[in-house]
Design a protein around this ligand. Sequence first.
Ligand SMILES: Cc1ncc(COP(=O)(O)O)c(C=O)c1O
Length: 387
Amino acid sequence: MMVMSNRIYLDNSATTPVASDVLHAMMPYFRDHPGNASSLHASGRSARSAVEGARQQVAEGLSVDSREIVFTSGATEADNLALLGTALRSTSGGHIITSKIEHDAVLHASQWLAARGYDVTALDVDEFGRVSADSVREALRPDTLLVSIMAGNNEIGTLQPIREIGELCREHGVLFHTDAVQAIGKVDLPMDVIDLLSASAHKFHGPKGVGFLFVRRGVKLTPMQHGGGHEGGRRSGTENVPGIVGLGAAIQLALQEREAVVDRMLGFRTRLIEEVLKLPGTRLNGHLTESLPHIANFSFQAIEGESLIMKLDEHDIAASTGSACSSPNLEPSHVLVALGVPLSMAHGSLRISTGRQTSNEDIDALLDALPIVVEELRAFSPFKVGG
Ligand SMILES: Cc1ncc(COP(=O)(O)O)c(C=O)c1O
């Protein structure tokens, strides 16, 4: 049986297609240069030089030192290493500040720490999903070990005031981590006030299963994986050479193309917001302007988000209700709940996320299909729009 992929892919916050140039850069490292980057022979040396070349590409992209980049299996691992690695340095517990709308990789890691005696403050957000720097200031304590606030939210796109929060942490001598998975290559990152930053290649047209943690020079972490002492002893395990090469190529491409791609994305977002909000019983979740350019999240009254996704799928359009990681779970999104979106609306969410390959025609197709699909689903709904 042939499996058809969606013709129109608007779920780029979940993952992106690998760019051809990225794939091209990776290919030789699957077969022609099979060496282990720790081996001394020529094949090993060529793998090592590819890994170090990619590390340099990432470092240049962020304007940091290449020794500050630790390759990981993705952002879940990078987030866990940042939180657990910092917290476990303390032998007497301590306090961690985060927000209610973090990705599960941060939320669940902080809950794991809370279950082991650490104090965790998960800050509230406003109706647009913004954490205020003042709320971070009020939550800081003498025993605060780490503040972890994401740069841009993966479900609703809202940007956080991470420069302000980072400066505040600096003033108080507290480490600041940001999950920049969705923000990398889309917005400027204030690296001068960030101590730890997580990213994942598959969110910017690189391969899945590879990411990195930026660890500012001098910041000490307890490693989570023990073994051969790779990555300067911070993350043991044979390096994923093709993946790391792909990550380097992808970040370089994202930064080269950034202006043009972000411009297109902003145009798509503006158009989506204008057109979707013309439909009755809809709302935008997130901030109109303080947002990542590639994400627009809407709620539809009297509709289940999952049904909407399945109906759009019948029209060959791939979208999402929110976080891909929580898609199989029919609980309303913790992000929308934290924003105070009424439960009936939180269940009817649709996240459209664009990528470098998205075209005007893709947006046209979605905007043609959406009113039809919404009307079909509402015809069967026991709830009334506006009721
Ligand atoms: C904000 C954010 N953080 C972390 C992750 C986890 O990244 P990975 O898939 O590389 O583990 C994701 C992916 O959905 C994300 O969007």
